[in-house]
Design a protein around this ligand. Structure first.
Ligand code: HEM
Ligand code: HEM
Length: 216
């Protein structure tokens, strides 16, 4: 019988929706040339992603990378027989690892992306040879289009799954789900994720944020 279980902890839910807002702001500010704001949002996203990587190692059962990493065969099999899963399903896990990796690549390439002044260039621009900077800037410009295309597919699947099976979008907001016979996953208190996030934001603030805020 279906009974209510808690699938996502506070860390994963906060991470996801904060990331969505930051990526939207990064896309807008990057495209419109608000580069100080762009970089402030980028260092916030970097903190969020690093904290999520930590939580993927020591966090709740459903947040751990080792728990939702799946073989290609399992992903293909799942696509042939979709059903509700308490956590990431084998197919969505591939999308998640890809999106996380591409966002990290966007941040790393951004650090070496050329704008047109030493105040708004990425902080590695001055230290790297010109051809590396050109390459990083090209990657930064191309990779965002790949990210946006994959996000469209990701949202499409989330909507389809919510219509066809269980409402996974609501579950990622409330944390709760009703799935037949699924045992309650072992969730951990999210405090260490938020402490790590706060420490990382502080480090980013002293490294780059202070100077960028003065430019706003
Ligand atoms: C910038 C846009 C987005 C990005 C980069 C993104 C990325 C991600 C990532 C990395 C995860 C894994 C979360 C974790 O384990 O911590 C995830 C999960 C999820 N996202 Fe998104 N997402 C985006 C937008 C959206 C939107 C707009 C929706 C809803 C309409 C959505 C629905 C979901 C759902 C339902 C899951 C859970 C998937 C599952 O059941 O395996 N995402 N997303
Ligand atoms: C520390 C990380 C980052 C830094 C230092 C950075 C820096 C920059 C700079 C200097 C530009 C201006 C390039 C130009 O004038 O053409 C730029 C453009 C842009 N950035 Fe970033 N960025 C970072 C992260 C990100 C992230 C995470 C995203 C999106 C998820 C993003 C999306 C964009 C977009 C869409 C553009 C416009 C690209 C274009 O004009 O073709 N950036 N970034």
């Amino acid at each position: 019988m279906a009974q209510k279980i808690k699938v996502w902890d506070g860390a994963v839910r906060f991470f996801h929706w904060a990331m969505v807002m930051l990526v939207a702001g990064l896309w807008y500010s990057g495209s419109e040339g608000y580069i100080a704001l762009h970089q402030l949002l980028a260092y916030s996203l970097a903190s969020l992603l690093i904290a999520r990587v930590g939580w993927g190692i020591w966090g709740s059962q459903t947040a751990r990378f080792s728990q939702f990493a799946a073989s290609p065969q399992a992903a293909i099999k799942y696509l042939g027989n979709t059903r509700p899963v308490a956590g990431h399903n084998p197919a969505s896990s591939y999308m998640i690892f890809t999106l996380l990796s591409l966002l990290l690549l966007q941040i790393i390439s951004g650090l070496a992306t050329f704008d047109n002044s030493y105040m708004s260039d990425g902080p590695l621009v001055a230290a790297l040879p010109a051809r590396w900077v050109d390459l990083a800037s090209a990657i930064h410009s191309l990779n965002i289009d790949i990210i946006l295309a994959l996000v469209a597919v990701h949202i499409g699947f989330a909507l389809w799954h919510s219509w066809r099976h269980d409402n996974v979008i609501k579950t990622l907001i409330t944390g709760n789900s009703k799935i037949s016979d699924a045992p309650q996953p072992r969730l951990r208190n999210s405090w260490s994720f938020f402490v790590m996030l706060a420490v990382l934001l502080l480090v980013m603030y002293y490294w780059q944020g202070r100077a960028l805020l003065a430019l706003l």
